[in-house]
Design a binder for this molecule. Structure first.
Ligand code: PLP
Length: 412
């Protein structure tokens, strides 16, 4: 085994082990690699097979105090490093990794819900989370109900004896309302209902869910943790060890695993995440303030601005904002004009999955995404089409000039 032959105590002349023929040497060479290579980077341990020293070790499978490493699908030293760092950053204790943020969301549902159970989900939840829930309702006999994201303490009236899980997302996708997490969690705790939050927007840095009593945090590591728009990965983070074991068992039977190379890339991204988030925050607020002054824009849905629903909750719960927010254009503009505006942008690319260095823009027609008749909210004057903006790491002077030229060209 290369592991043993590379140990400094086991140095033997080349070919002195039982390898006599080239094909054996091709598989089991005698290596002599000096230890203590002092790199800052974590080692990338790829591995499906984990090699045990004895059969007793192998048979202790299932008792992590005796045999920690078992199979590359479940954990490697590289994935473990990422798990521990993510838990530390978010104030949790245990992390599970997934090949996407969506897989992490799915795992939470499949771990906690069975046929006949009920789940409450905010009406502004990340779209694929909604599609997943609708699929569970259609094909798996789960009861799925959507609640208004600003329901607050009113959620108590929706909790039924079979309600097993309440999802939260703060701020919610696209429309950016910040829910009253404290009120929702208090109602859930009073009835012993588990809460899970999609905490992707804050990167796990600007909102600490476990301090608010939330049970599970989901992160799309694809976004800020990676930071490069080139890795897909997700995580569930929890504090409670029993709940962790429940999620871990489901992950194991479902066969979710991640690549050590992807873990390495996310670990690299984490080193700069706090300074990147601070830069996104500064830039996004500057662009948002500029947009507030524009006559084409009737509302800027940025949690740090008073006109965003849940601004007070954001001030109470968050220590910063990040790069993603939305604007409502005046209802005098048609959907076609708004599409033209987005296509006229030169520095903002058209695409999903924010979190990287490049700015992005996508238009949304919200009334068809929400419970009928709830969008736009009552009293919002001239609330037209929504455009979601992601402010990357370009200079804001260029980004603002780009928004101005696209508005001038298309929103006359
Ligand atoms: C992108 C995203 C996800 C899903 O992440 P993927 O890795 O793309 O599956 C989940 N929640 C939110 C809020 C997201 O923005």
């Amino acid at each position: 085994m290369s592991d043993r032959s590379s140990s400094p105590d086991d140095r033997q002349p080349a070919g002195s082990r039982s390898a006599h023929y080239p094909q054996t040497v091709a598989v089991q060479p005698d290596l002599n690699i000096p230890p203590n290579f002092g790199s800052f980077s974590p080692a990338t341990h790829r591995g499906s097979t984990v090699v045990f020293n004895t059969l007793a070790e192998l048979r202790a499978y299932g008792d992590p105090s005796k045999t920690y490493w078992r199979y590359g699908l479940h954990a490697t030293p590289t994935s473990e490093a990422l798990c521990q760092q993510l838990a530390q950053l978010e104030g949790g204790k245990h992390t599970l990794l997934f090949p996407s943020g969506m897989a992490a969301i799915s795992l939470v549902d499949f771990s906690l819900l069975k046929s006949g159970d009920d789940v409450l989900i905010p009406d502004n939840v990340y779209g694929p989370n909604r599609d997943h829930a609708d699929w569970l309702a259609r094909d798996y006999g789960v009861s799925v109900r959507y609640y208004h994201p600003m329901i607050g303490a009113g959620i108590a009236a929706l909790i039924q004896p079979n309600t097993k899980l309440i999802w939260l997302e703060s701020p919610g996708s696209v429309t950016m309302e910040v829910p009253d997490v404290e009120a929702i969690v208090a109602a859930a705790r009073a009835r012993n209902v588990i809460t899970a939050i999609d905490n992707t927007w804050s990167g796990g840095l600007y909102f600490q869910p476990f301090d608010k009593g939330i049970d599970i945090s989901v992160q799309a590591l694809t976004k800020y943790q990676s930071g490069g728009s080139d890795v897909l990965m997700g995580a569930t983070i929890v504090r409670d060890t029993k709940l962790y074991e429940r999620l871990r068992r489901t992950r194991m039977v479902m066969g979710w695993g991640v690549s050590a190379d992807d873990c390495f890339l996310v670990l690299r991204g984490l080193q700069s995440m706090p300074v990147r988030l601070a830069a996104h925050d500064r830039a996004a607020r500057e662009v948002a303030e500029w947009l507030l002054q524009r006559p084409e824009v009737t509302r800027v849905l940025h949690p740090a601005l008073p006109q965003c629903p849940g601004h007070a909750e954001w001030r109470r719960d968050f220590t910063g904002a990040t790069g993603l927010f939305s604007i409502l254009l005046h209802d005098r503009y048609s959907r076609k004009q708004v599409d033209d505006f987005v296509e006229a942008l030169k520095l903002f690319a058209i695409g999903w999955s924010w979190g990287g260095a490049h700015s992005l823009a996508v238009p949304y027609h919200v009334p068809t995404m929400r419970a009928p008749g709830t969008w736009p909210p009552a009293g919002w004057e001239h609330a037209g089409e929504l455009v979601r903006l992601y402010i990357g790491l370009e200079d804001t002077r260029d980004l603002i000039a780009d928004l101005r030229q696209a508005m001038d060209a298309t929103l006359g």
